[in-house]
Design a protein around this ligand. Sequence first.
Ligand code: NAI
Length: 510
Amino acid sequence: MKNEGKKGDENFDFDLIVIGGGPAGYTAAIHARQHSLTTALVEERELGGTCLNRGCIPTKALIDVANVLRTIRDAAKRGLDFTGADPSKFGVKMPDILKSKERMVKKMTTGIAVLLRENNVTTLSGTASLTVPKTAGEPFVVTVTKDGNSKQYKSRKVILATGSVPSELAIRGADSPKLADRIFNSDAMLDINFVPEKLIVIGGGVIGIELAQVFHEFGSKVQIVEMQSSLVNSILDTEIEDALKKSLNARGIVVRTDASIESIESTESGLRLNLTDGEKIEGTHILSAIGRKPDRRILDAIGVTETFVNVDERMRTKIPGLFAVGDINGQCMLAHAAMRMGRIAAISTGDELLGEQAGFEPELETLRRETTRYPELIAELFPFYSPIVIYGEPEVACIGLPEKLARQRFGNDIKVGHFPMAANGRAVASCSQEGFVKVVRCESNDRLIGVQIIGSYASEIINEASAVFFTATPLRQLQQALHAHPTFGEAFVEAVADSRGEAVHIPPKK
Ligand code: NAI
């Protein structure tokens, strides 16, 4: 497709400039080209943003290596003969693991460059700064600077997709120079070429839990220290959270919640955390996984004062013609949500420029209005409207409301079903019996209100739940769809059946 969009006005170099080449930005640029807008994308580092370079993809590469190691260690129990070798002593070569991870990342980022090129998006390499028009009709001016050279581009619209950076530890002692090579944020942790002996993970969120499992498998003694009473910002159903904690503990990963850290100090053997209740935790290294905050450079420069830039449902900021998508607006800091926001912003831009409805999610919005018994629930559900996955072994995945919130909202109209992985043929055959699926169903309209899963392949099963959720398919219809046997996904349908007392592969409830 040529970059042939709107032409004929010398005041503008592009219809749209997207700043930031992560999932939100590159998706926005590609969708904009699908609406024939002349589009440029500016990126100062590698394409792919946090997801491809410092987040989703590299962590999944490490988790996969950890799973291979675990599978090999357990393989002797399943009849494999490792004569002459003791699988329990198999270890890791971190520099080689990093090289392998880098190859995977490179393949993915190169793929994004190809996609942008094939869609005829003009990719500009450098750091962007932005000048907002003072009067309507004037262009946005994006200045792209690289190696001391700057060039200016004029655009009708701008989508900001500049992402987020790890939050810094604001704890007494954390900035001591003696600890500089012992405290890592999640970016740095993905590049360490050794296995810490005793790793303290500060923050029991998604990043903390995923990387705790990786380094535990690689041989670190790991403790997670979380200041709240629950893990993962309380988004999990209590039953699932308890099962996750139990699983982490059973493998030797210590989880401390309600832990408030007063200070960090260096010791002869490493470092010590002093908790406010007087407890002390010794370690050799710290992973700081306490959340992420928006990259504020452009926001500060254009005078946006909110921590996360406010946007409406079309991703419009208060500045006409300026959209903000992905982590920078704080609506839902997940790559798949970022891609959705990128699409919405591109379509909204198209609508504004082409003077027609380029198609702002009309089908989805209509569907939601028509099929949801409680339309106001939609607003409440965000970010629960997005599937959320914590990778590791087992995986945790959820969408919609956990039981407690669903009961608060719908009272006795809620029916709950469970199905244990231990009763799923594929899980048993794969030695993956840990975990269960929990379904929360609205009895009066037979719609799915929430699904929470802990177990192998939860990240795959959740996609079917998401399809049912977003299309508001009555669950009776889901049960009529034949599911292949044996598959992990059967556990989801059986959990739905259990919510009616109709599950086949577990005994009837007395
Ligand atoms: P998070 O917000 O999920 O978790 C941070 C945790 O740190 C919270 O539970 C918080 O209570 C705790 N915390 C903060 N300060 C603390 C302190 N001083 N002491 C002890 N605990 C403290 O942030 P996280 O894990 O850093 O992830 C950042 C973002 O990246 C999240 O929005 C997450 O959803 C996203 N992400 C998603 C992944 C996925 O979808 N699988 C993978 C990795 C990241």
